[in-house]
Design a protein around this ligand. Structure first.
Ligand SMILES: Cc1ncc(COP(=O)(O)O)c(C=O)c1O
Length: 463
């Protein structure tokens, strides 16, 4: 938490404790916690101090809260470590890393069915959050150009999306002065519906965001139906509202497992798509991608041209310097796995998720909100008749065994509903799922023997 106030640390001793075996002859044994040490220490000592402290981090493979890749093959790790020193922006120094980025964009634009992949345009980012900023900026600038060309004001832009969007979209609207029109979730539908999306649009709407799939429960939003509702809106009002698909996770699941679902550039209304290479793209953090369907979808005046590489290299990014290793890791996975390899990995995750959700649903106290058959992610709640404990107690109980399974309340208007969520990723095997299930049974048995509690003072979902 780099924004934490140092005073929060006041209760702890000012110096770091050092195991006396680590200190070599003559070395200091006192190392300040919050001040730059006055002098040097040996590399091995520094390594041991930090290595020991990091033991307190959870085991990444048992973290079922995150969507982000926690395992890569040794060959990928080796390639990435060979590229730690490469700066992605330095395209004249590292033209081949730049070339691999371009190839990845080509592969993604074909995977997402761009009508003319040679003319789709895109780039890598640090993750889906940066990609969301770029996608949102392109929508805003397009809208501004169109408004000004029509002699109209362009000072009150808004963006329509479900309240279930990931926080990056609220950041986009906050940071770039766009009104966020967040559609609440109602009843048992926990994501954006086509009618609600179209109803919220007006002449100031820069775009609608549809999520594939929702961070809260792994469900796919009905992108095709949302696009049709916006077609209907155009037919009746003349408003031509573009659609951005946030495929942070689903952008690397649906192409391999749900070829029949039209959610991508096959829909004429989809202007741009983002994904997180570091989620189901299977790369360590942080890499994301954004692709626009064609040149008009990305206004030229957002692009900076740098004349590295002999030619003119367009760049559109929030950062300047950033690591090249992740892009190389992404290209490695594309080359190594190909379509069939990705299909197999994602199918295995989906099979594990649906098997596990079936078992959880059959345990008794739980009801499934989703079953992992879209994203390999499922959310579940306690049945109404269970009143002796909460999902937060279940989450705490699993944590004692090292499993991180978050519990949180759903967004407005369903804050009354608290759920647990399991994200199945490559590396969370069927065997691990079976072990988690055994632990879940034990936790439930223990909670059922315990005296009932009546108070619920827990925090809401804040990912
Ligand atoms: C739907 C969705 N969009 C965007 C993001 C942000 O992605 P990143 O962590 O790659 O910035 C997430 C992260 O969980 C997500 O689930």
């Amino acid at each position: 938490m780099p924004l934490m106030h140092p005073a929060n640390d006041a209760a702890r001793p000012p110096d770091l404790a050092i195991n006396p075996l680590y200190t070599r002859g003559g070395e200091t044994t006192a190392v300040p916690r919050n001040e730059l040490p006055a002098g040097e220490m040996l590399p091995a000592t520094a390594y041991e101090i930090i290595h020991d402290e990091l033991m307190l981090d959870g085991n990444a493979r048992m973290n079922l809260a995150t969507f982000v890749t926690t395992w890569m093959e040794p060959e990928a790790r080796e390639l990435m470590s060979e590229c730690f020193d490469k700066n992605m922006i330095d395209k004249d120094e590292y033209p081949q890393t730049a070339e691999l980025e371009v190839r990845c964009v080509h592969m993604l634009s074909r995977l997402w069915n761009a009508p003319d992949p040679e003319h789709a345009i895109g780039c890598s980012t640090t993750g889906s959050s940066e990609a969301a900023m770029l996608g949102g900026l392109a929508l805003k600038r397009r809208w501004q150009h169109a408004r000004r060309a029509a002699g109209k004001t362009a000072d009150r832009p808004n963006m329509v999306m479900g309240v279930n969007v990931q926080v990056c979209w609220e950041k986009f609207t906050n940071y770039w002065d766009v009104e966020a029109r967040l559609v609440p979730v109602e009843g048992d539908t926990f994501h954006l519906t086509p009618e609600a999306a179209a109803e919220r649009c007006d002449e100031n709407t820069i775009g609608v965001v549809a999520v594939l799939g929702s961070t809260f429960d792994g469900s796919y939003e009905p992108v095709k139906e949302i696009a049709s509702a916006l077609d209907g809106l155009q037919a009746s009002t003349g408003l031509d509202v573009p659609l951005h698909v946030d495929g942070a996770s689903g952008g690397m699941i649906a192409p391999f497992l749900d070829e029949g679902i039209e959610w991508d550039f096959r829909l004429g209304r989809v202007a741009s798509i983002n994904t997180s290479g570091h989620k189901y793209g299977l790369v360590f953090p942080g890499v994301g991608w954004i692709v626009w369907r064609d040149l008009p979808a990305l206004p030229e005046d957002l692009i900076f041209h740098v004349n590295y590489l002999g030619g003119s290299m367009p760049t559109f990014a929030l950062n300047f310097s950033r690591p090249g290793a992740q892009v190389v890791g992404q290209y490695y996975n594309f080359l190594r796995l190909g379509f069939e390899g990705y299909r197999l990995v994602q199918q295995t995750s989906r099979d594990t998720a649906t098997w596990l959700s079936g078992q959880v649903g059959a345990l008794g106290p739980f009801e499934l909100v989703t079953d992992g058959s879209e994203l390999p992610v499922f959310a579940f709640r306690l049945a109404d008749e269970v009143d002796g404990y909460t999902v937060f107690d279940v989450s705490d109980g699993l944590r004692q065994r090292g499993w991180q399974v978050p519990a949180y309340t759903m967004p407005p208007n369903r804050e009354d509903l608290a759920v647990l969520r399991i994200v199945v990723r490559n590396g969370f095997s069927y065997d691990m799922a079976a072990m988690l299930l055994e632990d879940l049974k034990r936790v439930v048995e223990k909670l059922e023997q315990r005296a009932p509690i009546h108070e619920n003072q827990r925090t809401a979902f804040s990912h």
